[in-house]
Design a protein around this ligand. Structure first.
Ligand code: HEC
Length: 165
């Protein structure tokens, strides 16, 4: 009799701890889901990231055309960092067919490298040319990513850098 009671007690306790596991798993899952939502709410919008890129893009132009090469290099790095953020936070974006992780490098890798070379060589004329190529990449990506309203926003001269015509 005693053994049977002991056996029942063990079975009962085992059941309890299993129940506890299920409960704590459910609690953890709920916590993870709520944290995921918080992260989602807190992450910058792609439009915000682009707004930051726009500032660096304008500063890049003025730095390069004033032959301020250290500043130009800094602004180019910032653009690259923000493009990286865009890919990190939005590997996929709305109904854009190509993942941004693919689209952004395809569009910008060559022109960013071109600007980098001009900065390293401290050549203003090549810089202006390369800057134009970079701006073209921005516009092409806007076109490819259904952001046509910003098609011409990243212009090729100081006159229309911020001009959304
Ligand atoms: C994926 C390719 C892609 C590349 C590369 C890209 N953009 Fe964008 N950009 C977008 C998309 C998509 C939007 C629209 C975001 C939205 O709908 O929230 C946008 C929006 C913008 C906006 C509007 C932000 C606002 O809310 O007013 C600016 C400014 C901008 N981009 C500047 C640039 C500049 C400058 C470059 C190049 C240095 C660049 N973008 C490169 C995809 C790109």
């Amino acid at each position: 009799m005693k053994t049977i009671l002991m056996g029942l007690a063990v079975i009962f306790l085992a059941g309890c701890s299993q129940q506890q596991n299920i409960n704590s798993n459910a609690a953890l899952e709920a916590k993870v889901a709520s944290l995921e939502k918080t992260v989602d709410d807190l992450k910058p919008g792609l439009g915000e990231i682009m707004g930051v890129i726009q500032q660096h893009h304008a500063k890049l132009y003025y730095a390069g055309t004033k032959s301020n090469w250290p500043l130009a290099g800094y602004e180019l790095d910032e653009i690259q960092e923000s493009l990286d953020d865009a890919m990190k936070f939005y590997p996929e974006f709305k109904d854009v067919k190509v993942p941004l992780t693919q689209l952004i490098p395809t569009m910008t890798k060559a022109s960013v490298a071109q600007v980098r070379t001009a900065i390293e060589q401290k050549k203003e004329k090549s810089f202006v040319q390369a800057f134009g190529a970079l701006s073209g990449s921005c516009s092409n990506c806007h076109e490819a990513a259904n952001a046509m309203i910003f098609r011409n926003l990243a212009g090729t001269s100081d006159r229309n850098i911020n001009d959304e015509r």
